[in-house]
Write a protein that binds this ligand. Structure first.
Ligand code: MBD
Ligand code: FE
Length: 279
């Protein structure tokens, strides 16, 4: 069948067959996606067994709550960021901390505090490197934003996230910090390890068939929001990670790899091991 014949056929199913009021946007999207899928089936000579294998794959991925992992793994979540960057550039907006993908592991409702938070519950303190981070939230003009909301979440030493990993305490490594009067936030946590896709899951199975790994570099997620401002969704990567520029989710970006200072002097650590007013 020609692509034109396919277009006519799919239109007859989805648009011409509508005998009740339709949602125009949904209709347009479904028309396009079904048409493109039929063209791909034709061009690639997709066999019935392949079609049903594909449908099974999606059903299994959905049942295992892995569709949110598949989307970044296939680059689709990164593609939305590329489009958002383009839209902002077109509107004359630029600069500031780059955005990068949210991923599937955010949980709302983390404990909140002002200025400082400790993110970890101490359960991995014997093995973990202690991590301190501080920063300031600025508006587009470079003015600090007191009271800005900084939501932080990251993985533990196993690369796992609380809630999804039921062995962790609830909200371990997840906090909301409201910036102080100078727009500053700081936190103490543990240095995370990188995430890996569940090895027996649908996403990793597909990645194997594509000859790809399913690893992310160690990273920390952020939502930054403030009254009257667009929300920033971003992450930082931990410098030196083997997967720093080889992320299966394509989230690494210039500007999101801050310098990490490793401190081994006991007195220096002890001094940091308290809430310090931005010493
Ligand atoms: C993660 O931790 C993550 O951040 C993304 C984008 C995908 C899978 C796991
Ligand atoms: Fe993550």
């Amino acid at each position: 069948m020609t692509h034109n014949d396919i277009d006519t056929l799919v239109k007859s199913w989805i648009v011409d067959a509508a005998d009740r009021p339709a949602h125009p946007r949904v209709q347009a999207i479904v028309l396009r996606l079904v048409g493109d899928l039929c063209k791909a089936m034709e061009d690639l000579d997709i066999q019935p067994a392949e079609f049903w294998t594909g449908l099974d794959f999606l059903a299994n991925a959905g049942a295992a709550h892995e569709l949110g992992l598949l989307a970044p793994g296939l680059g689709l979540e990164r593609f939305m960021d590329i489009r958002a960057d383009e839209a902002e550039a077109k509107a004359g907006l630029q600069g500031g901390t780059p955005r990068t993908i949210e991923g599937p592991l955010y949980v709302a409702g983390a404990p909140a505090s002002e200025g400082f938070a400790r993110l970890d519950d101490g359960s991995e303190s014997a093995q973990a490197e202690v991590l301190f981070m501080q920063g300031t939230v600025y508006d587009q003009q470079g003015k600090p934003l007191p009271g800005a909301k900084v939501e932080v979440w990251h993985a533990n030493l196993m690369g796992n996230y609380s809630f999804f990993d039921q062995s962790q305490s609830s909200f371990n490594l997840r906090r909301t910090i409201y910036a102080d009067a100078q727009g500053r936030y700081q936190f103490r946590s543990i240095m995370p390890k990188g995430y890996g896709c569940p090895p027996d899951g649908s996403t990793q199975h597909l990645l194997d068939l594509l000859g790809r790994h399913g690893q992310r570099p160690a990273h920390i997620h952020f939502f930054i929001s403030a009254e009257g401002q667009r929300q920033l969704t971003t992450q930082i990567n931990i410098d030196g990670d083997a997967y720093l520029w080889d992320d299966f989710a394509f989230a690494s970006r210039e500007g999101l790899v801050p310098a990490v200072t490793h401190v081994s002097d006991a007195a220096a650590i002890a001094a940091k091991d308290l809430q310090q007013p931005f010493a």
